[in-house]
Design a protein around this ligand. Structure first.
Ligand SMILES: [Zn+2]
Length: 92
């Protein structure tokens, strides 16, 4: 049985996914999305040791286009919109 982290790594190989999509694909309860985010942070270091790279497309505000510099965002600091496009991750 693979660990959650290993299963996330498998999913992200050449696939760009959001944390929510990973939750759905792994049949996790939606409230475990936080766990997925914290695993992703550790995955960045793990895959680097294997000579791979975790690519991150940072979240973006759908209203004004503001780009975040962190992987988790819920509200835009510029226009206060909560219509945020989630970060996408991929391992290459
Ligand atoms: Zn905005």
């Amino acid at each position: 049985m693979k660990s959650l982290r290993e299963r996330i790594i498998d999913l992200l190989m050449d696939n760009s996914l959001t944390a929510k999509e990973i939750c759905n694909l792994l049949d996790l309860e939606p409230n475990r999305v936080k766990e997925v985010y914290s695993n992703i942070e550790k995955i960045a270091k793990i895959v680097r040791k294997k000579g791979l790279e975790l690519m991150v497309m940072y979240p973006r505000c759908k209203n004004c286009g503001f780009e975040f510099s962190k992987i988790k965002a819920s509200k835009c600091p510029r226009c206060k919109s909560e219509r945020i496009e989630d970060a996408r991750f991929m391992i290459r």
